[in-house]
Design a protein around this ligand. Structure first.
Ligand code: SF4
Length: 68
């Protein structure tokens, strides 16, 4: 059986400054939480840009992609 892999967004918490830009672009995927940092709440929820726009909007390049 061939298994499809997909790239899912990850956040480097050491780099995230909690600006909220990723949540603005992909609110189904990213959420600012009580710790002041953004978290991935549903990595596969972006149907628009696969979160590339969110990654591009991040000022600290905290968003990377990894195979699920
Ligand atoms: S855009 Fe980057 S720095 Fe801003 S909240 Fe999202 S992950 Fe954190």
């Amino acid at each position: 059986m061939v298994r499809m892999t997909m790239l899912v967004p990850k956040i480097d918490v050491e780099l995230c400054v909690g600006c909220g830009a990723c949540e603005d672009v992909c609110p189904d995927v990213f959420e600012l939480q009580d710790d002041g940092l953004s978290h991935v709440i549903d990595a596969t929820a972006c149907s628009e840009c696969e979160c590339q726009e969110a990654a591009d909007s991040c000022p600290t390049e905290a968003i990377t992609f990894a195979e699920e």
